[in-house]
Ligand binder design. Structure first.
Ligand code: NAD
Length: 378
């Protein structure tokens, strides 16, 4: 059972604090608090049966740093952290409750002097699980808001802004989504809401999902949507591609074939690696970094659950922030001759640590073929 005297504090340079505990015999948990410059760290708890502890350790570090970036680009007064429970995610019944309660004690222990880390649901943990964790700690968020509709609204705002920003370069000066084709991959909690916004804005909606029942539900929402078989999506000539299914969807096998003009979706880690990002950029395809496009979910936790703002104000805040951060990202990319996935990291570093972007160069501005002159004026 959890015992605060047996917690190990791991020394990791540049991380605020990283803790490891055996919360039950054979069940290891780790809590990584990456950065609290902007406020206490918020980041979910994953339950994964890692092959070994080193894999778990690497993952919790990587994910906690990612949360610092994600919360900062969302302009929230939050730092970044993450937690993991190393165990079979299929554990059920009383055993699951026990694991979650012991994890809750660990979270409470980490926050015993000062609140530095708040947890939430994440991969293989649910809102119901978090209610169990909350028996032992109040350092928990995301139990009362469904973030998906807000994530969808953020993606929609990102698509609309990018299309307008690059209207001159990519769409013969035509702004707005009326008549533009948008392919949405993945018709789950996010994709299903997104297609409705797109359809309402007059876009030609294309849909793809591995599950026929999702396609049927989507057709009930947008009856005139064009269904694209999953194996054909990379041959489609759509203006915008919105990946809302899974990661690494743009990879070595397809990056050379893509005919889209803009990529903007909810899935995390849409690009296989940095090199793929460079290839996409060099081909003149605008990539809206995933953690800008999908910020709506974490924003909803801050605005609705923490600040008690209305849904309407939350949607307005999300749209304003997505537009602002995409604008900063595109400009930083042009100014510093970076791909937009590289540029967004510079924007975050400036926001969190006040660091000026590195690699300042005014000599080679030709990597990206576009020179937007049509950015919208807010
Ligand atoms: P979901 O599980 O509800 O839906 C995913 C959908 O994608 C399912 O309908 C599934 O059948 C489909 N799918 C899976 N593989 C596919 C493939 N190869 N081709 C086509 N369709 C496929 O997930 P969600 O909550 O809608 O989230 C979508 C993505 O956005 C996920 O990657 C998620 O991690 C990310 N995300 C979601 C949120 C949120 O608030 N829900 C926030 C941030 C990021």
């Amino acid at each position: 059972m959890f015992d605060g005297n047996k917690v190990t504090r791991l020394n990791v340079p540049r991380w605020e604090a990283v803790f490891r505990a055996e919360i039950m015999p054979g069940v290891i948990s780790m809590i990584a608090v990456h950065d609290i410059t902007r406020g206490y760290a918020l980041g979910g708890c994953r339950m994964v049966q890692y092959e070994n502890e080193s894999q778990a350790f690497t993952d919790v570090l990587r994910l906690s740093r990612g949360m610092t970036f994600k919360n900062a680009i969302a302009d929230l007064p939050l730092g970044g952290g993450k937690s993991i429970i190393v165990c079979d995610p299929k554990v059920a019944g009383e055993n699951r409750e026990k694991v979650l309660e012991e994890f809750g004690k660990f979270v409470a222990w980490v926050n015993r002097d000062e609140s530095v880390y708040y947890t939430a649901e994440d991969m293989n943990t649910s809102v119901a699980d978090m209610h169990v964790v909350s028996r032992m700690t109040s350092n928990i968020f995301g139990t009362t808001v469904d973030p998906s509709p807000y994530t969808a609204w953020g993606v929609f705002s990102g698509i609309r802004y990018s299309v307008d920003f690059f209207a001159m370069d990519l769409f013969d000066g035509h702004r707005g989504l009326e008549g533009k084709s948008v392919l949405v991959q993945g018709l789950g909690k996010v994709g299903m809401t997104l297609i409705k916004h797109l359809s309402d804005a007059g876009a030609k909606v294309m849909i793809s999902d591995i599950r026929d029942e999702s396609i049927q539900r989507a057709l009930a929402v947008v009856p005139n949507a064009l269904v694209v078989p999953t194996e054909e999506i990379f041959q489609v000539d759509a203006d915008v591609f919105a990946p809302c299914a899974r990661g690494e969807v743009i990879n070595k096998a397809n990056v050379g074939d893509l005919k889209f003009k803009v990529v903007c979706g909810a899935a995390n880690n849409q690009l296989q690696n940095t090199k793929i990002g460079k290839t996409l950029h060099a081909r003149g395809i605008v990539y809206c970094p995933d953690y800008v496009a999908n910020m709506g979910g974490v924003c909803s936790i801050q605005y609705i659950e923490i600040e008690k703002l209305s849904s309407e104000v939350t949607l307005q805040n999300i749209e304003r922030t997505v537009r602002k951060m995409l604008g900063l990202t595109f400009r930083a990319g042009f100014r510093n001759n970076l791909t937009f996935s590289e540029a967004v990291d510079h924007v975050v570093k400036k926001i969190v640590w006040g660091k000026q972007p590195e690699n300042l160069s005014f000599t080679n501005l030709n990597l990206f073929p576009l020179t937007s002159t049509s950015e919208p004026i807010d």
